[in-house]
Write a protein that binds this ligand. Sequence first.
Ligand code: FE2
Length: 248
Amino acid sequence: MSSGNVAIISDIHSNLEALEEVLKEVEKLNPDKVVCLGDIVGYGANPNECCELVRKYCDVVLLGNHDAAVAGIIKDDYFVEHARVAVEWTKKTLKDEYIEWIKTLPLTYELDGFFFSHGAPYSPDSFIYLVSSDAVLWSLKFLSASGFKASFSGHAHITYSFGVKNGESGILYGEFEEINFDDFEVVAINVGSVGQPRDRNPKSAFGFIEDGKIYRVFRVEYDISKAAQKILDAGLPSILSSRLFLGR
Ligand SMILES: [Fe+2]
C-alpha cells in the first residue's frame, strides 16, 4: 500500500509571508495529504493567521515545543531569552480558540511505515533536536526496531538528514535534495523550517513524499523584509527579525 503524495511542513513560527508562499507551492504539487510537524507559533508576528491557515490546509497537525509552551502544556523556563519573550507575547496575542485547538494536537503520526514527530522520533515528548550523533543513532535504532522505513522531524530548522544505506556500513549525513527510500534501510529526515530556517539558507523549506517512494526537499522564496518588519513593529526581540535574512 502506498502512502501517496504527502507534503510536510514544519516550524512556521508565526511567519505568515513564508507560510503563504509555501502553501502556494504545496498546492501546485497536488498532495493527497498535508502534514504539519508543529511549532506553528512563536518568534513571528502573525500567530492567529498562521493557526487559521494550518488548521484549514493541513490534514494532520502535530504539537511543537513552542505551541506547547504557548498553550501552557510545558513550561518555557528552559527557552533562551528571546524565545521566552516570544512565547509570552504569543500567549497574549493568540485567540483562545487557537490555544484550545493547540491543546488537542497529538505528538506523533504514523502512515505506511513512515513516522512523524516534531523532535527526534525515539522520544517525541522530549523535543530532542535531530542533530547530535547520539540523537541520530537513537533515532535510526528506534526506526529499525519499530519497523519504520523513515521518520520526519522538524524542530532543528535544518534540512540535513541521516540514513543507513542498504549494503553499506555507517551512517550517511547530508543535505540530501532527493531520497529514494528503497536505497536506505532506514532514514531520519529533518524537513527544515518554513518560517525560520537555520541552515544558512533563508528560503523556506518543506518536504514532499512522492508516491510513497521518493522524498524531495523544496526551498521557497518569500518576502523576508515584510515578515522581518512586522516582528520589529510588534516589539519582539530584533534578533528574531535579523536572523530571517541570514537563515541562521
Ligand atoms: Fe521550531
